[in-house]
Design a protein around this ligand. Structure first.
Ligand SMILES: Cc1cc2nc3c(=O)[nH]c(=O)nc-3n(C[C@H](O)[C@H](O)[C@H](O)COP(=O)(O)O)c2cc1C
Length: 218
């Protein structure tokens, strides 16, 4: 099984709750999936460029005009997207790890999503509607927040948007884990919450492995 791990937090694991909990998820998965292989995409080490007009033409012109041929600068603008989309297409399972920044996800991750989940890369867009070009069977999002964002339902809006985005690209099964109240100055129980999140991540890994195995044998 191929896992692609999308990492958007620039902090080292020792300082990052979402990275530590994700490591527990991966540990749980390793224990039950002997053939697990992992590709990690650390976005702060390999940042996406912003979406520019060359990339826009490369992605969207073919949808309107099948005779379109990209220029050299348009092909150059598409290189990051193509490299990352190829990695993502190899995944059976996608793990997204992120902190909450200003009620949503870090901008570097949004920039990555905008270009990698593109027609022609992750799905076909045309006469047959939207047809996935990948084989991802499930997606797991592990998200940490300094505040108790679920008190006012902000976790629901974040996960709702995230699901809609990946669903558009044909990823139908979503699992989410929120580790909130992680600001130590405000929440004395932050470590306990992290420990609960890590235990939940391990259980989730086992459940997903079982789910995928059951689907294989059905
Ligand atoms: C730029 C920035 C914006 C943030 N915005 C929010 C926010 O909107 N809501 C929140 O609960 N915490 C916010 N935080 C706090 C992080 O979510 C918090 O530090 C979280 O625990 C980070 O987890 P990590 O240890 O996994 O990096 C923000 C932090 C930064 C650096």
């Amino acid at each position: 099984m191929q896992l692609v791990h999308l990492v958007s937090d620039p902090l080292a694991e020792s300082l990052s709750v979402n990275k530590r909990v994700s490591a527990r998820f991966i540990g749980g998965l390793r224990a039950v999936v002997p053939d697990l292989s992992i590709e990690t995409l650390e976005l702060d080490r390999d940042p996406p460029p912003f979406y520019d007009r060359e990339l826009f033409r490369f992605v969207w012109e073919p949808v309107a005009d099948p005779a379109y041929r990209p220029s050299a600068s348009e092909r150059a603008a598409a290189q990051y997207m193509q490299r990352h989309a190829e990695i993502l297409r190899s995944a059976d399972l996608l793990l997204l790890s992120a902190p909450v920044w200003n009620y949503y996800l870090p901008a570097i991750l949004k920039a990555w999503i905008d270009q990698v989940l593109s027609p022609g890369e992750m799905f076909e867009l045309g006469a047959r509607g939207r047809v996935p070009l990948h084989r991802i069977r499930a997606m797991v999002s592990i998200v940490s927040a300094g505040g108790r964002i679920s008190n006012e339902g902000y976790d629901r809006s974040l996960f709702h948007l995230l699901q809609a985005t990946f669903q558009y690209a044909g990823i139908e099964r979503h699992h989410e884990l929120l580790i909130e109240g992680q600001e130590p100055a405000l929440y004395a129980d932050h470590a306990q919450r992290e420990a609960q999140g890590a235990a939940a991540a391990e259980r989730l890994a086992v459940a997903i492995a079982q789910d995928l195995a059951d689907a294989n044998s059905a």
